[in-house]
Ligand binder design. Sequence first.
Ligand code: SF4
Ligand code: SF4
Length: 345
Amino acid sequence: MLTRHKLEDFILFLQKNGWDVFGTQKRENLLEVDHLKYPADLKLEKGVPFYSFKRFFIPEKEKLFEYKGHILKAEELAPKKTAILGMNLLDLKSVLLYDQVFEKDPYYQARRRNLLIVGHSLIPDMSQNIFEMTLEEDILEHLSFDIFLAEMSFAKVPAIRTKKAKLINEEKDNGEYAVFTGSLLGQKILNDFGYKDYINIQFSGPVKEGKLDERMIKIQDKLKNKHNQKIWDELGARCIECGKCTIVCPTCFCFRIDDKAGLENSEGERQRCWDSCFYQEFSEVALGHKFLNDTAKRIHFWYYHKFARIPEEFNFMGCVGCGRCAAVCPVGIDIAEVLKNIENS
Ligand code: SF4
Ligand code: SF4
């Protein structure tokens, strides 16, 4: 059992040992992820932070290499050791997608090796949990994390030791935590800290064997085989292509490549930056042709990618159901409603 006091000692331990520590904190009533200056600032709560944890895995902008004449110099792959505390279950699910998509990307892999992911068990409410994800007993076997804190009352701990009990979802973070590890890194850091009272969980892949999500299959089938243009024309008439939904979405990973050429000496650098399929330039190719040449096509592309192409490739949805996109949309496009319309069409 890890007490809140001990958790704060652990944060100090990380800070003293060279980790750049970030965590969920309250700012003007909003949950945000920021540098943890004081361990007491860490807030483990039911809600999802306004911005997701995406930037720790895929930065908004990163230099890939620089060049001078014919000489290329790759960016050194030595990211700072970074600990992120307070990842809720939905955001932890998005890590499964990053790990698949960027499996062969050396920049991502170097960053990932230097990330310590600390999750927790408080499940967001309905508006931020649109697929009603619950704390099933084997949920941790299908998530990627280093350390996981399960909030629970003292009385329930012996049950969890047998690994038969359900994880308990309490509403506050002032109790004690049952501790789980999901990697050698998590175990090593806890051992170095002098804490051994944890249960190790073996990762069994992102999807439960033989158990594909029925709703995912239904939506995928509708999108692929029963295209309903009316839905997309209506959404296309409302969407103003601001791209906010893609920025806050933890599972939007599309990027563009920018070449920043200097004026002298044939110098420059190549950068990878977040992009949005809602922007008109996203699908533009040489000579100005745009494959997605109206708003209806662009918003359809967004849904089709998340709910048809990603499931086809990885057997899980490209959406964790956090509701951030609906919360920020200036014209009130709500993904939960759109999915119901697709299912009922
Ligand atoms: S599409 Fe919307 S609900 Fe789904 S993961 Fe992205 S922000 Fe969350
Ligand atoms: S936030 Fe809303 S209006 Fe903006 S691009 Fe997304 S769907 Fe369109």
